[in-house]
Every structure is written in C-alpha cells, then in structure tokens.
Write a protein that binds this ligand. Structure first.
Ligand SMILES: [Zn+2]
Length: 199
C-alpha cells in the first residue's frame, strides 16, 4: 500500500476491513469516493458518522432502532402476544421482507457457541426472559439458524422456558439443515413460519 498517499491508504485499509472486500476492491472503492462528484464523500462520511450515534437498541426487542423503541414494537397492528426469536438483525429483515409474519421479534445478537466461548451471557437471553416475565407473550417462535449453534440456542431456549405458560414453537418446513434465515427466499420463509412446530 506504499504507493498511495496517507489519507487514501487509510480509507483503503478501512474498506479492506469490511467482510468480502479484498485490497483490490478496497482500493477501487477508495478511489471512487475520492473522484465522486456531488458531495458523495460527505454523504458517505455523514452516514457512517450517524450510524453509531443515532442507531440504538430497542428496549423491547433489542433490535436496532432510531428511538427508544423500534417501528415494529411501536406498531399497534403487530401481535404483541407472539415473539419471533432471531439470532440477528439480518434475519429479522429477511423475515420482514417475506411479509407474512405479523407478530413481534426478539433479537439475540448472536447464537450460543460453547466451543467459541459464546454463552448465554453473551447473547440477549436475559432480556427475553424479562419480557416473558412482564407478561402478555403467549408464543415464542424460535427462528435461529438450522446449524449446530442455532440448534444449541433453540434447545437452550426450550430449557429456559420449560414449565412456563408460553407456547414454544420452532420454524420448520422448508428450511434445509445448515440453513441460514437471511438467505431464504420469502415464500420459503412464509412456509417455514406457517409450518412451525412445537419446540
Ligand atoms: Zn422493538
């Protein structure tokens, strides 16, 4: 990276830190920003600056929000008795894009991964337990991934809520083993929600 002048190589390094971006692409992006017209660089820098400052966690579902609570939790048309548990925000977006789910969510911000040292304290489980304790939730739909960590997380949730009045279901039909929610198409996700089974 010796050939680039410092501010450019700094941006290249920042872009190269993004997932799926190699050094070549990072260089191309940085030079694009440098040459872009119409205030693009300012808009990019403002958007990135706002990200950490203006995005917070919804105090209900722990999803990303631009206020104390998110748009879904604020929507009176959404069924508050049903909570779909997803491992991350990308999965919530995928389920919303599928368009068939009318309940609310809970975002764990991770999945249990004992071998990688991710235990219950590292994901947002306590918050879910507190929500259930506060009352009003009748069904928890577990929509963690169908891989080892997702299954471990689903089993753990089952254990946590065993003996409570809450009905626990797991989305099922059409999700292949090892499947990740975010990569499912809308109709598959719709069927998976419809076909959910007792966990
Ligand atoms: Zn929310």
């Amino acid at each position: 990276m010796q050939q680039y002048t410092e501010p450019i190589s700094r941006l290249i390094k920042a872009f190269a830190g993004l997932p799926g971006i190699g050094e070549k692409t990072a260089s191309r992006l940085a030079l694009y920003v440098l040459n872009a017209k119409g205030g693009y660089a300012d808009e990019l820098s403002a958007a990135i600056g706002d990200l950490k400052e203006k995005v917070m966690l919804c105090r209900e579902c722990i999803s990303f929000a631009d206020g104390e609570t998110c748009g879904i939790c604020n929507d009176p048309a959404r069924d508050a008795s049903m909570v779909c548990v997803v491992s991350d925000y990308k999965d919530l977006i995928a389920l919303e894009a599928a368009g068939s789910y009318r309940g609310r969510y809970h975002v764990l911000h991770g999945q249990l991964a004992p071998l990688k040292g991710v235990g219950p304290d590292e994901i947002k489980v306590v918050e879910l337990v507190e929500r259930v304790r506060a009352g009003g939730i009748e069904e928890i739909v577990i929509a963690t991934a169908f891989d080892a960590d997702g299954e471990t997380t689903a089993l753990y949730l089952k254990k946590v809520f065993a003996g409570s009045d809450v009905r626990l279901t797991r989305i099922a039909a059409g999700i292949p083993m090892g499947g990740h929610i975010e990569f499912m198409d809308g109709s598959t996700l719709g069927r998976a929600l419809q076909g959910r089974q007792e966990a």
